[in-house]
Design a protein around this ligand. Structure first.
Ligand code: COS
Length: 389
């Protein structure tokens, strides 16, 4: 962790970002204005937001969790949260692509790779020449991640992978997959983490999902059929995979919490704009009081849950365990995003439901925040376990 990360973490204690992070946030807002104008088109066609991701790479937004010695900016988790709230307030399809690349792939590789492995993969990942994907879920293991079956059998200096991973974000676009595989029988200690490059024979993209929201993001099955992966692509030791998966999700959930904050904020902005136009004959605000109360509650929760998210990010930047705090952030923000987007559609009426404004897209995009990277009930379980431990 760099000095910048440390000072950023220290400064949030007075509930404000450092001048450096405020400047970074402004740079992200400029990026959003210049490159995310096609959010509606990306959703409607739908198409992968390739240009936006490429521009993000050029601005160094695909390496916020990579150390400087490997070409990253090493801004850390708090800066990533600030960035992802901004991006997701405009385009959640771009937001999830950047979130997964940074918080599920790069941060995992930075923590668990050997120096040689980092030098092998980071040059392509920090520049965006390659995108990364995180392959944990399977047909019979979603919430119960340790039930996974995709297997890797050692054969000389290779592992032979067989099985299929489901619901893989960026699946059809990624060149590098972090794959969680079964290398032994023990439910937890029989799981290992391995990097499989997409170009290997036996690795292919399977079914493409048709989704409710995040339509511009690619979500696919990834299939392994006798795929021979060099043994030096194993991350950590055999049997450490589950720990690697869950530790990484503690950070990934902050990316999704920030996505939910972005969606909630955009929804509140739409409501505020709509209610602000309602005036009496003397030009005074006269929106209905129930609508104002709803907006007030959403705005208060938005500020509260942002602090909850930043607290967990600061803990992670300090190298502390933040599973409970990260789960608190994700469960609260994801529910808020859904409430806020629902309210925006209702309050804007025809303009909300028709697609004339972003409200309808926000409502569809919000839903998944309560499902992926651990459903809300899983977050509640993690929080309860943390409290009872
Ligand atoms: N960081 C590091 N290690 C962790 C951890 C964390 N946050 N959480 C648990 N572990 C370790 C535990 O310490 C335990 O190790 P030991 O056996 O050495 O003590 C091991 O992992 C197993 O933990 P646990 O017994 O809690 O595992 P469970 O099978 O009960 O699973 C849940 C726990 C449900 C929390 C887990 O399966 C989960 O998070 N599911 C959701 C998965 C998910 O988010 N999928 C989305 C994929 S991306 S779309």
């Amino acid at each position: 962790m760099s000095d910048t990360t440390t000072s950023a973490a220290a400064q949030v204690s007075d509930f404000r970002l450092t001048p450096e992070l405020v400047e970074f946030q402004q740079m992200i807002r400029d990026y959003c204005r210049d490159h995310l104008g096609a959010a509606d088109v990306v959703d409607r066609e739908p198409r992968f937001p390739r240009e936006a991701v490429r521009a993000a790479a050029e601005k160094g937004l695909l390496c916020t969790t990579v150390a400087k010695e490997y070409g990253g900016t090493d801004l850390g988790n708090l800066a990533s949260c600030v960035m992802l709230e901004e991006i997701n307030s405009v385009c959640a399809s771009t937001g999830v692509t950047i979130s997964v690349h940074n918080s599920l792939v790069n941060s995992l590789l930075g923590k668990w790779c050997t120096d040689e492995q980092k030098r092998r993969w980071f040059p392509k990942l920090v520049t965006g020449e390659w995108l990364g994907a995180y392959c944990l879920s399977e047909a019979f293991s979603g919430s119960d991640a340790a039930a996974l079956r995709c297997e890797a059998k050692r054969d000389g200096d290779h592992y032979v992978l067989n099985g299929a991973k489901l619901w893989i974000t960026t699946g059809s676009e990624a060149e590098l997959f972090v794959v969680f595989v079964r290398t032994g029988e023990d439910r937890v200690k029989g799981i290992s983490a391995i990097v499989a490059e997409a170009s290997l024979p036996g690795v292919s993209v399977g079914k493409k999902e048709r989704k409710l929201g995040l339509k511009g993001s690619s979500t696919t099955e990834i299939v392994f059929e006798d795929a021979r992966v060099p043994a030096d692509c194993l991350l950590g030791a055999e049997g450490e995979g589950f720990k690697i998966a869950l530790d990484t999700l503690d950070g990934g959930r902050l990316g999704i919490a920030s996505q939910a904050l972005g969606i909630a904020r955009a929804s509140v902005d739409l409501i505020r704009g709509h209610l602000g136009q309602q005036k009496d004959h003397k030009g005074r605000p006269n929106a209905s009081q129930p609508d104002q109360w709803q907006m007030a509650d959403l705005a208060a929760d938005l500020d509260a849950y942002r602090l909850l998210t930043w607290r967990a990010a600061v803990m992670r930047d300090r190298g502390e365990r933040c599973g409970t705090e990260s789960a608190m952030a994700k469960s609260c923000t994801a529910r808020l995003a859904n409430r806020a987007a629902r309210a925006a559609v209702s309050i804007l009426g025809q303009g909300g439901a028709s697609g004339a404004t972003a409200a309808e897209r926000l409502l569809r995009d919000a839903r998944i925040t309560e499902i992926y990277e651990g459903a809300t009930d899983i977050q509640r379980l993690v929080i309860a376990r943390g409290l009872l431990a």
